[in-house]
Write a protein that binds this ligand. Structure first.
Ligand SMILES: CC(C)(COP(=O)(O)OP(=O)(O)OC[C@H]1O[C@@H](n2cnc3c(N)ncnc32)[C@H](O)[C@@H]1OP(=O)(O)O)[C@@H](O)C(=O)NCCC(=O)NCCS
Length: 193
């Protein structure tokens, strides 16, 4: 039986995995979740397309304790199934309208779903939740980046309403395939929100 926490009851049905054989709960991450999140990301999140500098990633997630970082996570039968972390700042002022370049925007940082649970809509659901948390904070534009050829990542971004802003060679952090990074943006005004 799927048991979604009240905080996600607004999610469209298409975001909810259809299997009924487990109990899934979604909620904001707490400092006590950080260790399990680091472990999941640095084991199952690793692939040729995902740039994960260990020290930086750990520090980013440790920011959950101070509130510098936030994350939404899914638990299945009490075990961490995946999360999306997010923050805010001036990550991509070059893509912002001139009057917004000195203001913070939302930034989605990390996304991972446990390998044996992929393809069930959990990544899309969590990305949608993270996007909505940033919109609630008043950030009307939200950015993220991925390896240009990370197909699963590209698909969840597309399903959550993110569109490509730019793709460019990024050999400093991309060692595989095209070695390109794609930056995507969700814009509240373009999505009738
Ligand atoms: C990216 C990730 C979080 C997605 O999680 P998920 O729970 O599987 O996501 P969803 O089930 O919501 O959607 C995945 C979509 O990608 C598609 N997909 C997966 N692999 C694909 C591939 N190789 N080619 C094309 N599409 C692919 C799935 O078919 C699905 O799309 P659909 O609903 O149209 O069928 C997960 O793959 C992951 O943890 N990857 C490793 C870490 C990573 O790369 N993170 C992103 C860094 S930017």
């Amino acid at each position: 039986m799927i048991g979604l926490a009240a905080s996600v009851s607004f999610l469209p049905n298409s975001f909810i995995p259809q299997e009924h054989s487990y109990d899934m709960k979604c909620r904001k991450a707490r400092p006590s979740d950080v260790e399990a999140m680091q472990r999941l990301l640095l084991t199952e999140g690793k692939n040729d397309y995902n740039y994960l500098p260990e020290t930086e990633v750990k520090k980013h997630l440790e920011g959950i304790a101070s509130g510098e970082t936030e994350a939404v996570l899914a638990e299945i039968d009490g075990k961490l199934a995946g999360f999306v972390s997010y923050t805010w700042g001036k990550h991509y002022p070059q893509y912002e309208p001139p009057d917004a370049r000195n203001r913070d925007h939302g930034y989605i940082a990390e996304a991972v779903v446990s390998e044996n649970l992929r393809g069930k809509g959990i990544g899309t659901m969590l990305l949608g939740m993270a996007r909505d948390e940033l919109l609630k904070k008043g950030f009307s534009r939200i950015y993220l980046k991925r390896h240009a050829e990370n197909k699963a990542s590209a698909r969840i971004m597309e399903k959550a309403g993110f569109v490509e802003v730019e793709t460019f060679l990024d050999p400093a952090i991309r060692t595989y395939g095209s070695r390109k990074t794609t930056v995507c943006r969700f814009a509240k005004e373009a999505n009738g929100r």
